[in-house]
Ligand binder design. Structure first.
Ligand SMILES: NC(=O)c1ccc[n+]([C@@H]2O[C@H](COP(=O)([O-])OP(=O)(O)OC[C@H]3O[C@@H](n4cnc5c(N)ncnc54)[C@H](OP(=O)(O)O)[C@@H]3O)[C@@H](O)[C@H]2O)c1
Length: 231
């Protein structure tokens, strides 16, 4: 992997991708905001620089261009655009790339409630992604339960991030990025098929936020310290 390991955040003009990109830029990572519109991506990159400092290594480009330049691709797009975007960028995803999918198939994507998820034939959005990426590219599911409001606020985030995926190396890459966000602990959540549970937890968290007027996250307790170590 390239020592600077550029991270392309597709849909990084939206609140979730922007918040992740901001946190990683603040941590010194090289970030490329991806968008359907290169100018919109560049504008988002400039906004991140205003918060992370002028020396922040952040740029913006059209989704396919950003994907080709990256070692890690993070998907932060609404579920309705998920399959179409992946098919579009597929030729630009290089072998060896890690794809981290944060997409949640909320029923809101088809006019339903944000407190419910859609049934996805493959089991989850992340498993759908795994079917659509080129051979030699690993998909992991992560960050579904880390809300944009928390990411875009100042200070540490009071949340754990569970990473699910079938490739241990890719899982480790995602956990390495998760712990770059102050306050976050990262946990290996097992196989990619567990992504459907992560995605459903988000719908529950959205319901809790509405009911109790807050910004909820999750913490996993009772595990030995080694469960939170990323080596
Ligand atoms: N918001 C949260 O707190 C949160 C938390 C956890 C997970 N998530 C998940 O993360 C994803 C992004 O959330 P978000 O709230 O940031 O979403 P969003 O604002 O609705 O969308 C993010 C970006 O995706 C691009 N986009 C929109 N429709 C698209 C389409 N049909 N095809 C391709 N790109 C499209 C847009 O960028 P361009 O127009 O610039 O291309 C947009 O700025 C969702 O799947 C969501 O469920 C969100």
């Amino acid at each position: 992997m390239n020592p600077t390991r550029p991270i392309a955040v597709l849909g990084g003009t939206g609140p979730e991708g922007f918040g992740l990109a901001l946190r990683w830029a603040q941590a010194g990572e090289t970030v490329i905001i991806g968008s359907r519109d290169a100018k919109r991506a560049q504008d988002a990159g400039e906004k991140i620089k205003q918060r992370a400092g002028v020396s922040a290594k952040v740029s913006g480009d059209e989704n396919s261009v950003a994907s080709y330049a990256a070692d890690i691709i993070v998907l932060t797009i609404p579920f309705e655009g998920h399959a179409t975007l992946l098919k579009q960028v597929k030729p630009s995803i290089r072998p060896g790339t890690t794809v981290i999918d944060a997409t949640v198939p909320l029923a809101a994507s088809v006019g339903g409630r944000a407190t419910r998820t859609l049934g996805v034939w493959q089991g989850s959005a992340a498993q759908q992604a795994a079917e659509l990426v080129p051979k030699g590219v690993s998909v992991v599911a992560a960050f579904q339960n880390l809300g944009a409001e928390l990411l875009n606020a100042e200070g540490p985030v009071d949340c754990d991030v569970i990473v699910c995926g079938d490739d241990p190396k890719a899982n480790q890459v995602a956990r390495t990025l998760a712990i770059k966000i102050p306050g976050v602990r990262a946990i290996d959540g097992g196989k990619l098929e567990n992504a459907r549970i992560l995605e459903q937890i988000t719908a529950l968290l959205i319901g809790l936020n509405i009911r109790h007027k807050g910004y909820s996250g999750i913490r996993i307790t009772g595990l030995p310290p080694s469960a939170y170590e990323v080596v």
